[in-house]
Design a protein around this ligand. Structure first.
Ligand code: AMP
Length: 216
């Protein structure tokens, strides 16, 4: 099963991806998470990506394309992939057509999560993440049992540096300019399921299961 999940910051890609990977046996590959890991480990890739990420801008296409091509050839991708946050530009989408064909894993479904800006603002500024195990919380919608502490591993929770209104506004501008054309690109191929992601997670996931039943 080769799936892309798309949507602006705060649309619920992380939450839906967790549910998808529990229900289907495919790895969740988030380019944002991969980049943050590289930044945290101080790799050359991380050093190059950091200034773009801190500014809410996109990391150059060639850097991302090479990173994804390498990742998809790892053994856990044998049954497919759930790509989150990629492709994010038309250049990436076109390059990915070639990469996916080369490795024999063409895109089968695109899940497009759609939410109003006001809801995104509330979700993103209240989001807290565990830097150790990656668990995601929200200060009012999904708080941890003990304030500021991860339920799963006990580590102190953090707010992502780009989870501010200012950075969200910048990321939305990038999304409208660069990523919406990618959804149009896959729409023309008839691969996109548009989802109202302002609904409760179980409702959104129900729709996702219906869409994926068609390619299973
Ligand atoms: P995310 O966690 O998906 O919101 O990604 C966080 C940041 O990582 C973005 O604001 C970009 O700076 C960078 N990034 C993640 N995925 C990509 C991509 N496909 N192309 C370019 N930059 C990306």
């Amino acid at each position: 099963m080769n799936i892309l999940i798309m949507g602006p910051a705060g649309a619920g890609k992380g939450t839906m991806s967790d549910l998808i990977l529990q229900a289907y046996d495919i790895p969740h590959i988030s380019t944002g998470d991969m980049l943050r890991e590289n930044v945290a480990n101080g790799t050359e890739l991380g050093k190059e990506a950091k200034s773009y990420m801190d500014a809410g801008k996109l990391v150059p296409d060639d850097v991302i394309n090479a990173m994804v091509e390498k990742r998809l050839q790892e053994p856990d991708c044998q049954k497919g992939y759930l790509l989150d946050g990629f492709p994010r530009t038309l250049v990436q989408a076109k390059a990915f057509e070639e990469i996916a064909a080369k490795i024999g894993k063409p895109v089968e479904a695109v899940l497009a999560l759609e939410v109003d800006f006001e809801i995104l603002k509330e979700r993103v500024t209240g989001r807290r993440v565990c830097p150790k195990c990656g668990a995601i919380y929200h200060i009012s919608n999904f708080p941890p049992k003990v304030e500021g502490v991860c339920d799963k591993c006990g580590s102190p929770l953090k707010q992502r540096a780009d989870d501010t209104v200012e950075k969200l506004t910048q990321r939305m501008k990038e999304y409208d300019a660069s990523t919406k054309p990618v959804i149009d690109f896959y729409d023309e191929k008839g691969l996109v399921t548009h989802l109202d992601a302002s609904q409760k997670p179980d409702v959104v996931f129900g729709r996702i299961k219906e869409a994926l039943a068609k390619i299973d």
